[in-house]
Design a protein around this ligand. Structure first.
Ligand SMILES: *Cc1c(COP(=O)(O)O)cnc(C)c1O
Length: 385
């Protein structure tokens, strides 16, 4: 299938006739929309999913961003929601009932795990977690009551990939829905729908926004699936994407295709430097030549983003603390996907003693700064280990 170019989508799509010849679209900061007559009011209210009637459901600023996100991910429709976790929750909840079972990758985003265990467990939905690298392992976990397979490729912190085409084929044969969290690769580097995955979710708070100034999520899929999610979940739960946030997201997305190759080049340089550094035990970055599933990574992703993990050559938390505190350019913070370099040592998550196998694990987000400045900062901090 022929797709529009990324720059056409990001800079032109849906923006031909803006009011007042404006180049930047207006923010429709309104809660309600009014209609000239009974007939048009009636048309909007009986098909709220496709009309701007009330901003809890639809708003033109939001719709414009959705149109672009659907095109970027090669989907039929997109729904913008208030956070990445809302996108994940809606995509799963729209397709499971009490008694159903989900197969999920074990190193998924932490709130995805609690959704499937604590939250949906309360409503009689069960889950089996699998490593995910082997499609046969995913299939083996499927039961007669399985309805959905949930993927995240690569996984949070551990960067394990799943073979999207192989898993989609298994799901199709068994009549299961597939959902993937594609936040890491972004639509610039991977389009899971092209491999047969049904629904793609993103935390737009990361690269899509790109400036660490908003929280948002998006679900992309077929028109029928997104309509179902909007009707069954979104309008009910009120996880609204407000017009101002949608406009900020649009503004951030204007430069997405320029930012991502810079994150990729910087991350590749950092991963390469860390890999040969005497204070580093190992590096987890799917686009490295030494990465175990390198061939799969290249087959389903056109590049890599700026998030990677590595292990320091130590088991002493004090080393990790010294390394973290010595960084100047890297800021100490959660999240990632903005313009800036960030560090998140796994040890920071524990109130007390850190498990032996996690203490030296450090996640970094490689930002858009000059490559040499990033490498110098890491080098100086590694000297403290
Ligand atoms: C941050 C993140 C989320 C959650 O997104 P929010 O916008 O913070 O709700 C989901 N998946 C991944 C992989 C993330 O990194």
């Amino acid at each position: 299938m022929e797709h529009e170019s990324v720059s056409y989508i990001l800079h032109h799509m849906g923006e031909d006739d803006l009011p007042g010849n404006a180049v930047s679209p207006p923010i429709f900061q309104t809660s309600i929309f009014c209609f000239p007559d009974f007939a048009s009011f009636n048309e909007a209210i009986v098909d709220e999913v496709h009309h701007s009637l009330y901003t809890r459901g639809q708003n033109p600023t939001v719709s414009l961003v959705e149109e672009k996100l659907a095109a970027l991910e090669h989907g039929g429709r997109a729904k913008l929601v208030g956070a990445g976790v809302a996108a994940i929750s809606h995509a799963v909840m729209a397709f499971v009932e009490s008694g159903d079972h989900v197969v999920c990758v074990e190193d998924c985003y932490s709130w995805t795990r609690t959704l499937l265990t604590d939250y949906l467990g309360r409503f009689g939905v069960s889950v089996t977690f699998v490593e995910g690298r082997d499609p046969a392992g995913i299939e083996a976990a499927c039961r007669p009551e399985t309805r959905l397979i949930y993927l995240e490729s690569p996984t949070t912190f551990t960067f394990k990939l799943q073979d999207l085409g192989a898993v989609a084929a298994i799901a199709r044969r068994r009549g299961l829905k597939t959902v993937i969290d594609n936040t890491w690769a972004t639509p610039i580097f991977c389009n899971p729908i092209d491999f047969g995955i049904d629904l793609v979710v993103h935390s737009a708070s990361k690269y899509l926004g790109g400036h660490s100034d908003l929280v948002a999520g998006v679900i992309v899929g077929s028109k029928a699936d997104i309509d179902r999610i909007q009707k069954r979940e979104f309008l009910q739960l009120g996880t609204v994407a407000d017009p101002m946030m949608a406009w900020l997201l649009l503004r951030g997305m204007r430069s997405l295709q320029v930012r991502m190759p810079v994150h990729y080049a910087n991350a590749l340089a950092v991963a390469g430097a860390l890999e040969v550094h005497p204070k580093v035990e190992s590096v987890l970055y799917p686009m490295l030549d030494s990465y175990p599933d390198r061939e799969l990574a290249r087959r389903q992703m056109r590049g890599g983003s700026g998030l990677l993990s590595f292990r320091l050559k130590t088991r002493d938390k004090a080393d990790v603390v010294r390394f973290t505190d010595a960084l100047r350019l890297f800021k100490r913070a959660v999240s990632w996907g903005g313009y800036e370099s960030l560090v998140f040592p796994d040890a920071v998550r524990y109130p007390g003693p850190v498990p032996e196998d996690r203490v030296n694990l450090v996640r970094i987000h490689v930002g858009l700064e000059e490559k040499d400045a990033i490498l110098d900062d890491l080098e100086r901090a590694l000297a403290r280990v």
